[in-house]
Design a protein. Structure first.
Length: 252
């Protein structure tokens, strides 16, 4: 299989490395990136070669591993390079699925969202299969062989879930970090210590990635509004909010 990975950052390299290690037949992998030096460095470590962004070469599979705001345009640009299949790792699904259907109507089309940083792989990978086929089935098999848990969803279900598990979650953790004061270790409770650990994990990433998520998904405003409600609540109102916050028992 001949593969082009567009975007030679951490996620693009993770995808290429997973295919390289878990496909039955070793693929040939080319990287391209807005920064040619990054593409060359990725090719030296994982793939076979780097190609320019404007290449007209054709590949069995084109994988878009670019930031959320650039995904639709990158799909339009690189769809002509896809001979059999195209996929993306953007983390948002409605827009990429629509773009792939428009620009690569004759190809297999799959949107994948690894719900983890590459350093924390393997993990859960929701996917939307717009058009299946042998190439994307091989990709799914390779990801599964690497220990990932793949499950099918819809663009609507995925993007709605991301409003909570990404936009609201990140906003709540970062707001805590911005509001928190330094506290000696001996004063920490299990809950506060866990929050500081989450804060360390979130702030150990890249601000641009988190900014892209906040821009792509609604939800953070609800965190701010609810925090204001909690701050202004009297005992009765607080009790009501506290009860509302309890997770629903899935067994009921």
């Amino acid at each position: 299989m001949h593969v082009l990975v567009v975007g030679a950052g951490e996620m693009g390299r993770w995808f290429a490395r997973t295919l390289e290690e878990h496909l039955d037949d070793s693929p040939t992998i080319a990287f391209t990136d807005a920064d040619p030096a990054i593409a060359r460095a990725a090719a030296e470590r994982i793939g076979d070669r780097a190609v320019p962004l404007e290449t007209d070469e054709r590949f069995d599979l084109v994988c878009l591993a670019v930031p959320i705001p650039a995904t639709a345009e990158a799909i339009a640009t690189h769809a002509p390079n896809a001979e059999r299949a195209i996929c993306d790792l953007a983390g948002i699904m409605d827009e990429p699925i629509a773009a792939m259907a428009e620009h690569a109507p004759d190809c297999e089309r799959v949107s994948l969202h690894p719900l983890f940083a590459p350093a924390n792989a393997p993990g859960n990978v929701p996917l939307v299969v717009d058009e299946s086929g042998p190439v994307t089935e091989q990709v799914r098999a390779a990801l599964g062989a690497a220990g990932n848990d793949l499950f099918e969803t819809t663009p609507e279900e995925h993007d709605t879930a991301m409003e909570t598990v990404q936009a609201r979650t990140h906003a709540a953790i970062l707001a805590f970090g911005l509001a928190a004061q330094p506290v000696p270790e001996r004063f920490q409770t299990p809950i506060s210590a866990a929050l500081f650990e989450l804060l360390e994990e979130v702030t150990g990433g890249h601000a641009r990635v988190y900014a892209d998520i906040q821009a792509a998904f609604e939800g953070s405003e609800a965190v701010a509004e609810t925090a204001s409600e909690l701050a202004a609540a009297d005992a009765t109102a607080f009790q009501q909010l506290y009860d509302q916050a309890r997770p629903e028992d899935s067994d009921e």
